[in-house]
Design a protein around this ligand. Structure first.
Ligand code: GSH
Length: 204
């Protein structure tokens, strides 16, 4: 989803090649032999892996007006990358625990996700400077980094019966999440939380 949103923001046409769950295609194994994971971007026949690295690549290859990382402020860009890394360190492992796909303490996972969201609520206020997105007037790197986890964050609220974005603790992030999900570059590629809940029930 991160890669598709970045390409859509840049107005770049792409072909989506889906992988079948539980199988790894020859193309995937050849394109990402180290991690064997999606997403992989194939550009001019060359593979790039790791979604946040791909987003940065897309930003560098396809020039502004749509800039994803702050282009004129290396410090701001470093802050965005810092939080992007934090998001990926914090959310995926705890979402897996709350989904029940790996064992772990669900209360602890939920508390740690809430702490992370509180930090990100503050980061949103600082990065957005009163505008709509982490990136300001338009969707940027951090919007994509956190926004891509929203489907699963909403799904695990239902699966595990916990309050994360839904509570009153992070009002700015909750309002941002609604705006992000409704954005034209996002709305068609955002996974529906109901479908993710159903998927989890089927594969439990
Ligand atoms: N850090 C990686 C994570 C990639 C990842 O976990 N991909 C999942 C799908 S979203 C995957 O390929 N899972 C299949 C597997 O682990 O075998 C990134 O951001 O690209």
């Amino acid at each position: 989803m991160r890669v598709m949103v970045a390409l859509r923001l840049k107005g770049v046409e792409y072909e989506l090649v889906q992988e079948t769950m539980g199988k790894k295609s020859e193309l995937l194994l050849a394109s990402n032999p180290v991690h064997k994971k999606i997403p992989v971007l194939l550009h001019r026949g060359r593979p790039i892996s790791e979604s946040l690295i791909i987003v940065q690549y897309v930003d560098e290859v396809w020039p502004p007006p749509a800039s994803i990382l702050p282009s004129d402020d290396p410090y701001a860009a470093a802050i965005h990358r810092f939080w992007g890394q934090y998001i990926d360190d914090m959310f995926p492992p705890r979402i897996r625990i709350l989904r029940g796909t790996v064992p772990g303490d669900k209360n602890k996972a939920s508390d740690e996700m809430t702490t992370a969201l509180l930090y990100l609520e503050e980061a949103f206020v600082e990065c957005s400077k009163g505008k709509q997105y982490f990136g300001g007037d338009s969707i940027g790197y951090l919007d994509i980094a956190l926004g891509s986890h929203l489907g699963w964050i909403k799904a695990v609220e239902r699966i595990a019966g916990v309050e994360l974005l839904g509570g009153a603790k992070v009002p700015n992030l909750a309002a941002w999440a609604d705006r992000f999900c409704a954005h034209p570059a996002v709305v068609d590629v955002m996974p529906d939380a109901d479908v993710l809940v159903e998927f989890t029930a089927k594969h439990a």
